[in-house]
Design a protein around this ligand. Structure first.
Ligand SMILES: Cc1cc2nc3c(=O)[nH]c(=O)nc-3n(C[C@H](O)[C@H](O)[C@H](O)COP(=O)(O)O)c2cc1C
Length: 176
């Protein structure tokens, strides 16, 4: 099962993530948990989230980039759900062997994230990558949709379809 943990604070205004979610939902075996819909008061049901994670083979963290990072509810989700004795530490093996895909959209262009004036995309990914590895998960190459402010509808759709294809290819590789 592919579990998409979706964190968009303004999903009703989304252009990019909305299309990605629509495409992903067409695949059998994909479950989407929309954190801002489930927890508008930020009161995360940790047991329910852990139960969903335990059923997943591939976990996806999908969100718009906000200040070079994740939206606040996803950060809180990571802090609360990946708990000691469950995700890490003594007896904390629940996520071992699962894969983690970071699926992020950005207003900035690919060029904006090149190493130079800014630290570069691989550097920005490091806290999430480290978290995944610390919990015994396999970090996959991130799926990134840049330029979301300037992309026309056709380009957004093409990128969203590529997202769907990425998830299907993962399924085919792992389950024949
Ligand atoms: C509070 C806030 C912070 C943002 N920070 C960044 C950023 O650091 N880098 C970037 O490229 N885009 C940034 N953006 C732009 C969003 O990433 C962009 O609007 C989003 O990816 C578009 O996806 P959507 O159409 O699904 O909303 C920010 C947007 C908001 C609202």
């Amino acid at each position: 099962m592919i579990l998409i943990i979706y964190a968009h604070p303004y999903s009703q205004h989304s252009h990019a993530n909305k299309r990605m979610i629509e495409q992903a939902k067409e695949i059998d075996g994909v479950e989407v948990r929309s954190l801002y819909q489930r927890y508008p008061d930020f009161n995360i049901d940790v047991a329910a989230e852990q139960e969903a994670l335990s059923r997943a083979d591939l976990i996806v963290w999908q969100h718009p980039m906000q200040w070079y990072s994740v939206p606040p509810l996803l950060k809180l989700w990571i802090d609360k759900v990946l708990s000691h004795g469950w995700a890490y530490g003594h007896g904390g093996t629940a996520l071992h062997g699962k894969s983690l895909l970071w699926a992020v959209t950005t207003g900035g262009s690919e060029h904006h994230f090149e190493i130079g004036q800014f630290p570069g995309f691989d550097v920005l990914a490091q806290p999430l990558q480290s978290t995944a590895i610390y919990c015994g998960m396999t970090w996959l190459p991130p799926f990134v949709m840049h330029d979301t402010f300037v992309c026309d509808d056709e380009t957004l759709m093409a990128k969203a379809r590529r997202y769907r294809q990425t998830l299907i290819e993962w399924q085919e590789t792992h389950h024949g």
